[in-house]
Structure formats: C-alpha cells, structure tokens
Write a protein of this length. Structure first.
Ligand SMILES: [Fe+2]
Ligand SMILES: [Fe+2]
Ligand SMILES: [Zn+2]
Lengths: 514, 330
C-alpha cells in the first residue's frame, strides 16, 4: 500500500497526464505539415513545454461547473420571460441598448468562437491548444445565451428581428465585423494578441462591466444574468491571453517588436470599436451608471496602466495610442451619438435627443468639453425637432479604410476640426480616421485595401437585395437599401413617436394598474 | 430594481427572428437550438482574405467537395446548443465520477486481476492518444467547416474526445498504473502493432477536406474502433475478470451511441442532397474503411488473438449497414 501512496500524482502532474502527455510529435507526417501556421508570422517558439497552463480544468470539472451555471441561467431567463420581465425595465429607450448589442455582440462572440477553434487547431503545444478549444466553446455559449436572453424582447419590440441578416450588411456593424475579420485572417499568434490579450484582457471590462451594470440598473434581469455568467468564463479567457503574451516574450527576444506592434495595433482597433459602448453608457441607458470617461479612467488608464507596468519587465511599453485615447475620452461618445442621431432612417435602433436633465448630467460629467462643443448642437436639434424638422442627414459618410468607422473624430488637440488622414497606395487614395489607422494600413497595405466599405460598395452596385437586376438600364445603385438591410420600418425615425414607445407605455400601464 | 407587475397577457408582435421564420416558412416560436445555430455564420462581405489561405474566404464552401444548397441541413438530431450539450455532459460526468469514486473507495480496481490489468494496459491505454487525435481532427472540422450546424457540433465532439482521453487516463490512475501509461505511450510511438493506426491518424491530421476528415474520423474509424473496444473487448473483459472496466468506460459507451446518431444524420443529409455528394461520400467511406481495417486489425489481434479477423469482419458489416441506412451504399 505504501508504495502505491507514494505514486499518487500531484495536481500539476495529474493535469499534465490529462493534457500534454496525450500529445506526441508526429513522424509519419512532418510536424510543420500538421501545424502549418505557427512560423509565418515570424514568432519564434523554441520550447512549447515552457507554456504555463493558466488554469487546470479537466473536462469533467469543466462540464460540472458549466452545467451548474447553465441550469441557473436558463431558470432565470425562463422566469423573466414568463413574467413579462421586459416591462420592468426603466424605460423603453433602454431596449435600444439591446438592439445595438444584439446586432454587434453575439455575432462577434461567434467569430471569437470560430477564431479560437482555428487557433486551437493550429497551436503546436497541447497546453495552449486545450485552453483555446475550451475558450472556443465558451464563446459559443456567450453568443447563444445572449441571443436567448434577447429573443423574448424580439417578440415585442422593433429592430431585433433581423440581426443575423444585418450582421454582414449594416453599415454601422462593419467596424466590429472588420475587427474580427482582421483578427481571424491574421496568423494564430496575432489572433491571440488581438482577441486573447487586447480584447479579452485590456478592454473586456470596459465592454462588459458597463453593459452588465447597465442592465442591472435598468431592470433587465435577463441581460444582467447572462452578463454575470459570462464574466466567470472571462476570468479564464483573460489569463489565457496574458499567458500567451508572456510565453511569446519569454521564448525569444526577437518576438518583442512583433508583439509590441500587435499590442499597439489591437489596442487602438479595440478603442475605436468601443466608442459605441461609451455612447451607450452616456446616452442610451435611461438610468446611468457612470460616464464613459469615468469608466475609461478606471478600467483603461488605471487597470491597463498597472498591467503595462507589470509587463515592462518583458520590454513591453504602453500602447502607442494611450495618450490619444485619454484625450479622446472627453469627446468620442458625444461625436458618436451625434453621428448616429443624424441617421434616423438607416439604423436598427432608435436615437433621440437628450432631455434637459440628461444634458445637465453630461455637462457635469464632461466639464471640459460638453457645454463648449456639444450642448449647442443638441439644443439646436431640439429646436428643430420642436419645429417638426428633426435633423436627418442623407449624405454618404466617408469611412476609415482600417477601422471602417465614419470619419468623425477630431484632430488631436483641436476639437473643432475633424481628423482626416490619407495615403496613396498603387496610385489609389485611401482615407483614415487617425494616424494610428494610417500606420496600420501602411504596414500591411495589401490586407487593408481589401476592406469592405459599405458606402463605396453601394456605388458599385454590390449592396443590393436578392433579385435586383444590376444590369437593367434604369438601375440606380443604393436605391433598395431598406430591403438590402431588411430594415424594420417600425425602428426607423426618432424614439419619440415610435411604436416601441407607445406599446411599452400601454403594456406597462396594463401591468401596473391595480 | 424590482417592480410589481400584474400577470397580463400581451399579444406578441412576432414569434421569432426573421431568418428563422423564413426557414420555417411561418412566424412561429423557434427552439433554442435553432436560435443558437441557424444562419449565424457570416456568408458575405468579408473584409479580408486569410493571410494563411489567400485563395479562400474566411468561411468558404469550396473547402470541401461536398456541395449543399443549405449547410444548415446538416442538423444535429440531439439539438445541442452549448447549454444542452453541457447539461447532457454534466449528467454523464456525474455518473462517471460516482463510478470512479466507488471503484476507488471499494478498492475494486486494486482487486482486478493482474492478467486482466495487463490486457487493459495493452489495449485500452494507447487509445488515449487516438482520442487526442480525434480531438485534433474534430477541431479542424469546427475551425474550417461551413455553417454553424456542423462547426458547433464538431467543437463539442472535439471536447468530448478530450474528455474521453482523460477518462482513459483516469482509469489508469485508478488502477494505479501510471507506469503503464508511459509504456502505452511508448507502444503507441514504437510498437509495430500500433504503427498502422498511428500512421492513419497522422495522415488524417493533414487531410485538407474537412468533410472527408469528418467521414474518415467520426464515421469510419470510430465506427469500427468503439464497437471493437467498448463493446467486444469490454464483453471479453467482463466475462473473464468482472465488470469494473465496464463501469469505468461507461462514458465512452454512452457517448458513442449518442454521437453516432449525429454522425449518421449528417451523412444522410449530405447524401440525400445530390448523387454527386453520394458518390463522393461513398469514395471517402471506401478509402477510410481500407485504411481503418488495416490499422485496427493488429489492435484487434492484441485483444482477441485468432478471433480478430472474424470480429473485424462483423464490425465492417455494421459500418456497411450504417452506410446503407445513411443512403451512401456500402
Ligand atoms: Fe465571450
Ligand atoms: Fe471571452
Ligand atoms: Zn480608423
């Protein structure tokens, strides 16, 4: 008996038997044919065994924990739906947060899932492979639980029904799509920096904490529960992203400049993508949690700053865009909401002009910028609306060739001037929203000349619904955009006067009257 | 914030999402499987070509010879979206965990005959590497397959295979046969009886057509291997040495019965689509069968000695019958 006790495995050893020890170096097929993608990005890995497993979860434990979480989650969703939980949200304007969220987030969770499946297939080490595959199925979970929690809202409110169709067609969803398309078409290591590190580690809190607390503050138990439940997976995802960065940097000093460039690139791309989250916090939540500026200070400047201090021992420096994002935090949410407000007929969620109390809140939260630059715009628009002439801009926007957002942000140091940059490549001119995007383009022009920019594609007749004859003599490109998007007429126009507004008021009255 | 709401019934404006209503041909409630699966993968307006494969789109139907009008016809009869999958596996692991605990507490494994253990070590333990290969191969299908119906089910299957590799490992730990795990790995890498199988799974790892890989790995190889080991070999151990191994391989048996339904349904849908698909599938099944028989016969010989060939023939008959049922022909 004693001998057998001596043979008992330690936890780490046991986990090694359960994962790495299953793998072997192939000999009937060369390893570089079995794992063909791990060298072309220039990352040098000498010893995959040096990978430190960021968490040790065997499948039986994974199934056990996740099943417990899922049981609770779906019980809450069912109860919320059965009791018309949607009527307990603060105000029907809140539902527009869900419209924007459903269009932008579950499709990207799914892309994360597919991306991690790819990286999970391509990594040579068994440790990172297993962690990536586990994250892949987690991301399926996030995509599906988000859809399941919003599914019931779709039965009662406009603008949710066509999210699957719109994910690849809607102009304002193109920034998120380009972000994930960019990451997934990069090699496995860049994907890990883009999604595993920049997105999951540096920026995830600023995406999810406001969304979850926003849901909680505004009475949406369903979205809140889904968000909290996903957070418990994120803890694993974050450690994976961080371990991957450390692993690359420890393997070879030549990896540092490559990794640093990716960190710079993806932190910037992520920052651009998160402008719409900030807009949700400052403008769309009927009951605010905190301003985007405050969130940025806590989650990015403080937490992110501490993280990069920690990584300094590997030679990593703070992302190049850091100072610019700090300057922009006082502007971008206002510029974003203004941009969306101007397009009431071309979106799958409603916009509205802030109430006088909300304007005051914004003044208080943005003392340096709001009254000076943005309040006058809103006051002017409120006047126009009163006069029955709600502002509606029908001109085509200009888009950044890299991040695809409408070029609308200001010149660094000069809030009154819009920032434009351009670059000529093979005789063609390309436009950018910022120096950072221009630099990303110039490093990999062959990739970024491919970007699908809706406003250009429309003119070429590439955004037409099925059945339109683009060769017909009277064909006018872009004249069927509503059908191309399958845009619900009920979600067009201002929130004030919308069907959602009327229905919510009527149903709520029914449900609360004695 | 909580609010007191009276129970009222309000008329929904619609029953489901637009893409699901169009699929069902009517606006009616859709299952959570459908909501979490159908039409979710982007199919158009990709921004960039992969830097690792500039000839194709990020998701590209041309990555396989199978052609489908609707890739969501490759449905999972178990209707596994993540939640359903994880609940099913959660229940199975609970039972398996209890079985292992019982075996440990009661010293059942320790009491297993030395001769039986030797046979288990020789036949069963190297199979954790085969499960690992299946994990890799299913992760390829989940990565490059077209449409979420097949991609998600393959992602779950790859995790299931990792679980199976771990259950085999755990059986060895339970039997206090750590050294035997090392010996089994050495056999996997060097012993002549295992090289045919190792060569075959390594060849699968470089197959480029994900659907062919799906057929070779999930339908043919597993279709022979699981009945061989977890039915036939298990029955032999059971009769000779008692039911402990049966108990500690319950997960694999239950899993195989369930997973095979998914595999058969996918093949059936693809074969029903066109005579061209049917012909391609038949070709793949034929090739994979030759390779799998060659690879598995030496393993069957370790397990059954002189009876190996007749057992293999029986199992090939079963695969042929499944192929016919799936509309492929034998
Ligand atoms: Fe996620
Ligand atoms: Fe995540
Ligand atoms: Zn840009």
């Amino acid at each position: 008996m004693d001998m057998k006790v001596a043979k008992k495995l330690g936890l780490k050893e046991r986990y090694t038997m359960m994962t790495r020890d299953l793998a072997w170096d192939t000999t009937y097929q060369p390893m570089d044919k079995v794992f063909p993608q791990v060298t072309y990005e220039g990352i040098k890995i000498h010893d995959w065994d040096k990978w430190e497993d960021p968490f040790r979860l065997t499948m039986d434990a994974y199934w056990k924990y996740q099943a417990e979480k899922e049981r609770k989650l779906y019980a809450i969703l069912d109860a919320f739906n059965q009791n018309n939980g949607h009527l307990s949200v603060t105000d029907a304007r809140y539902i527009n947060v869900l419209k924007l969220f459903l269009g932008s987030t579950p499709p990207l969770e799914l892309m994360a899932g597919r991306g991690f499946s790819m990286v999970g297939r391509q990594m040579v080490g068994a440790g990172p492979r297993v962690a990536c595959m586990m994250q892949a199925v987690d991301e399926y979970r996030h995509c599906q639980t988000q859809i399941h929690s919003i599914s019931n809202y779709n039965k009662f409110y406009s603008g949710l029904s066509e999210f699957a169709h719109q994910q690849s067609r809607m102009w304002y969803l193109a920034d998120g799509k380009s972000f994930f398309d960019d990451a997934i078409t990069a090699g496995p290591f860049e994907f890990m920096v883009a999604i595993g590190f920049a997105f999951e580690y540096v920026l995830t809190n600023i995406l999810f904490v406001p969304f979850i607390s926003g849901a909680a503050y505004n009475g949406d138990m369903a979205a809140m529960t889904v968000g909290f439940s996903a957070q418990s997976d994120e803890a694993r995802h974050m450690t994976l992203g961080l371990e991957c960065i450390k692993f690359m940097l420890e393997q070879d000093p030549d990896n540092l400049p490559i990794v640093q460039r990716w960190i710079d690139k993806w932190t910037w791309r992520g920052t651009r993508k998160l402008a719409s989250v900030g807009m949700m916090m400052d403008y769309m939540l009927p009951k605010r949690i905190m301003s985007f500026k405050e969130a940025w200070e806590i989650y990015f400047e403080e937490n992110g700053g501490a993280l990069f201090k920690d990584l300094a021992r590997y030679g990593v420096t703070v992302p190049k865009c850091f100072p610019q994002t700090i300057e922009e935090k006082e502007h971008i949410t206002h510029q974003s909401w203004i941009g969306f407000y101007m397009k009431p007929d071309a979106m799958s969620f409603h916009t509205w002009s802030p109430s006088p109390e909300e304007l005051d809140w914004l003044s208080e939260k943005y003392p340096n910028t709001f009254d000076k630059y943005y309040r006058p715009v809103y006051e002017h628009w409120a006047k126009m609306e009163k006069a029955g002439k709600r502002f509606n801009n029908k001109t085509q926007p200009m888009n950044c060739q890299v991040c695809v957002t409408t070029v609308k942000y200001n010149e660094p140091g000069d809030p009154m001037t819009t920032c434009f940059r351009e670059s000529i490549y093979k005789g063609e001119k390309y436009h950018f929203c910022s120096d950072h995007c221009k630099e990303i383009f110039e490093h990999e022009p062959e990739k970024y000349i491919q970007t699908f920019i809706t406003s250009h594609q429309v003119l070429q007749g590439k955004c037409e619904p099925e059945g339109v004859d683009t060769d017909a003599p009277d064909f006018k490109p872009g004249s069927h955009m509503m059908e191309y998007w399958r845009l619900d007429p009920d979600v067009q126009g201002d929130f004030n006067g919308s069907l959602d507004q009327k229905n919510f008021a009527a149903w709520r009255e029914l449900a609360t009257k004695n | 914030m909580t609010m007191d709401l009276r129970t009222i019934t309000i008329q929904p404006l619609r029953q489901t999402f637009g893409h699901l209503a169009r699929r069902m041909g009517a606006d009616k409630p859709a299952s959570r499987y459908m909501e979490g699966t159908m039409d979710l993968q982007p199919v158009e307006n990709f921004h960039y070509r992969p830097t690792w494969d500039a000839e194709h789109d990020i998701f590209d139907p041309r990555l396989t010879r199978i052609v489908m009008k609707d890739w969501y016809a490759l449905k999972d009869p178990r209707q596994f979206y993540y939640g359903a999958w994880v609940l099913a596996r959660g229940r199975m692991q609970e039972t398996a965990g209890a079985d292992f605990d019982l075996a440990d507490e009661q010293g059942l494994a320790a009491g297993y005959s030395a001769e039986g253990k030797q046979l288990v070590n020789k036949v069963l333990l190297p199979l954790r590497h085969v499960a690992w290969a299946s994990n890799i191969n299913n992760s390829f299908v989940s990565a490059y397959g077209y449409g979420i119906a097949i991609a998600q089910a393959a992602a779950y299957a790859s995790m299931d295979q990792l679980g199976i590799a771990q259950y085999i490992t755990r059986l060895a730990i339970s039997f206090e046969e750590i050294d035997a795990l090392n010996e089994a790995k050495t056999a996997w890498l060097n012993a002549p009886e295992w090289q045919g199988l190792r060569r075959w799974v390594e060849d699968q790892m470089v197959m480029q057509d994900w659907f062919e890989l799906f057929v070779a790995q999930n339908f043919v190889l597993e279709g022979l291997l699981y009945p061989l080991v977890y039915e036939k070999f298990n029955a032999k151990l059971n009769a000779a040495y008692g039911p402990v191994v049966t108990m500690l391989t319950r997960f694999q048996r239950e899993w195989y019965a369930e997973n095979a339904k998914w595999v058969d349904t996918v093949l059936k849908a693809a074969a029903a689509e066109s005579p061209e698909n049917k012909a391609v599938l038949a070709e793949w099944v034929h090739n994979a069968k030759q390779r799998s028989i060659e690879a598995l016969t030496p393993v069957a010989e370790i397990a059954f000695g002189a009876d190996a060939n007749s057992i293999m023939e029986l199992l090939v008959g079963q695969i042929n019958a499944r192929a016919i049922k799936a509309g492929i022909g034998a």
